[in-house]
Design a protein around this ligand. Structure first.
Ligand code: SIN
Length: 549
């Protein structure tokens, strides 16, 4: 019998209770923007974050934030590039919202204190894969995320109605008799009264908990990216959409076959400034593959690299950026330079070994244009969400922008939709938990069979492996077991979605169905949880990569 997906996680009864009008789960650009924008409108706001405030993915963003801010650029051009990268699977309205509201959102971020790089008094803008214009604003050269995170934390510290609980892992949503959000259980590694498992009673939850990178053995994501928000939302009745569209960044520094966990990213912006990919014979990889060559959309570059690695039998290629010179490297990419040197490679004098690794979940919790996640009182924003802007392949540097724009939208509607306080209904649904020892084999399976290159046969074997892992049981709740259980739930949902979509589109690459098939597969794959079973379904919608209507 197929082991059930748990309807809730095994956890001790809550030992303490706190109340807030709104709980924001996650403290990256999406979570803190939502909190700042809601401030003054909804009463008490609690931001809970699994580690410290700046431990999430925002801090690690290098390239920057894309918006039509430069001379000659327009939202319509940004829209076209986003739709083309998304390989026909974007939601056109969501993309329009992103690109038209993006410039004002970036200006607001600047007004909150984020300091971007300037040249001759004007915002410096660069180019990355898939963009036909220089439209990526950056900070500290290649430390954009760190600067945004710093500015947002400073702004939150000035907001008296926002409180933060760090080291707080959200376990499960509490819902009332109508199925609406009534709170969330969290586990806090703290001291004093708020310690261990407790309940945060609230009237709405904004989920901004980031991605699922730790599903794979190698990822650019930090250790906290364990798909908790997606699994929690699924258990509460939300829909996961487009989960099969996992983006593999083409140029992640290769540290050896046995390197695991978070790997160093070499930003696309390095190629934007003129770096190029070569194989072990010194042959250019991207010439003739795409008109934008080394600046082709990310899925095109990742596939070309994987093909060349398969042809040559080498575990990595090389990114050559020596010609940028020592001064330029130090000024424009200080973080990458220092990281590469820490790992024994000097990009000023030698090419950098690179290979694709997991980078971004383009899908997630399905939302409407206002971040509503299908469960009354639940909103989702940022990487945890699927707003429809990324389609089958996110355009470079659109992720920070998505978090900004859609969190602002949530703050526009949520205050008017706040429900009265209600009591959580007793939850008698079956609880489950797997031990932390399941994590490593799960990552190996997902990397081997549901990674860059997929096939029906490989995914069948992945389903069998994941089911075997799901039959292991733990009676010892704790952060490792909760995270691993979430990783397993998300892995099973992702594999179901990837197996259902029998075509190659964007970042979803099927060896057994190598062509894109708009007649059969233009649309979304949704996954819901019903009575312990994942139910995938396909919902047709017209392909959207023909440029603006
Ligand atoms: C990069 O700097 O290459 C990553 C930017 C992104 O993921 O959008």
């Amino acid at each position: 019998m197929t082991p059930a997906i748990p309807a809730r996680l095994v956890a001790p009864e809550p030992g303490w209770t706190e109340t807030a009008d709104v709980v924001v789960i996650g403290s990256g650009i999406a979570g803190l923007t939502a909190a700042l924008r809601l401030h003054g409108q909804v009463g008490r706001i609690l931001v809970v974050t699994k580690d410290v405030l700046d431990a999430g993915s925002t801090q690690w963003a290098q390239g920057g934030i894309a918006a039509a801010l430069g001379p000659g650029d327009t939202p319509a051009q940004h829209e076209r590039d986003t739709l083309v990268a998304g390989a026909g699977a974007c939601d056109r309205e969501a993309v329009r919202v992103l690109v038209t509201e993006g410039p004002a959102a970036v200006h607001e971020l600047i007004s909150w204190g984020a300091v971007f790089d300037h040249t001759d008094g004007a915002l410096s803008l660069t180019r990355e894969g898939g963009h036909h214009r220089d439209r990526i604003a950056h900070a500290g050269g290649d430390a954009t995320g760190a600067e945004i995170q710093r500015a947002l934390i400073a702004a939150v510290e000035q907001a008296p109605e926002i409180e933060v609980i760090q080291h707080a892992l959200a376990v499960d949503l509490l819902t009332d008799a109508d199925g609406a959000v009534a709170g969330v259980t969290v586990h806090v590694l703290g001291e004093g009264q708020v310690d261990g498992v407790g309940q945060l009673r609230c009237r709405a939850v904004v989920l901004a908990s980031g991605g699922l990178g730790q599903v794979f053995s190698q990822s650019t994501n930090p250790a906290v990216a364990t798909g908790d928000g997606m699994a929690l939302a699924l258990r509460a009745g939300a829909t996961l959409r487009d989960l099969e569209f996992v983006q593999f960044h083409p140029t992640v520094m290769w540290l050896g076959a046995h390197s695991r966990g978070q790997q160093p990213l070499i930003s696309e912006a390095v190629r934007g400034e003129g770096a190029f990919l070569v194989d072990d014979q010194g042959r250019r990889v991207m010439e003739g593959v795409h008109p934008l060559a080394d600046l082709a959309p990310r899925d095109v570059v990742a596939k070309a690299i994987t093909r060349r690695m398969n042809q040559t039998g080498k575990p990595h290629l090389w990114l050559d950026a020596r010609h940028l010179g020592a001064d330029f490297w130090a000024r424009r990419f200080p973080t990458i330079l220092a990281t590469a040197r820490e790992h024994g490679v000097d990009p000023v004098t030698e090419p950098i070994p690179v290979a694709p690794a997991q980078h971004y979940a383009s899908g997630g919790v399905a939302t409407d244009l206002w971040g509503r996640a299908g469960v009354p009182g639940l909103y989702a924003t940022g990487e945890v969400a699927c707003s429809g802007v990324h389609g089958a392949n996110r355009l470079a540097s659109n992720s920070l922008l998505e978090g900004l724009v859609f969190s602002r939208r949530i703050a526009e509607v949520l205050p008017g939709e706040l429900r009265d306080w209600t009591e959580p209904a007793p939850d008698r649904r079956p609880a489950g938990l797997v031990p932390g020892t399941v994590r490593r084999p799960l990552q190996q399976t997902m990397t081997a069979e549901v990674g860059v290159l997929r096939s029906a046969e490989g995914m069948k074997s992945a389903v069998a492996d994941l089911e075997a892992l799901a039959s292991e049981r733990s009676t010892e709740p704790g952060p490792d077991a909760w995270e691993t259980s979430n990783l397993l739930t998300v892995s099973r949902a992702l594999t179901e979605a990837a197996a259902l979509r029998q075509e190659t589109r964007g970042s979803h690459w099927r060896e057994d169905h190598p062509e894109r098939d708009d007649d059969r597969w233009a649309g979304h794959v949704d996954v819901v949880l019903r009575d312990g079973e994942l139910v995938p379904s396909f919902h047709p919608s017209p392909a959207t990569d023909g440029g603006p209507a």
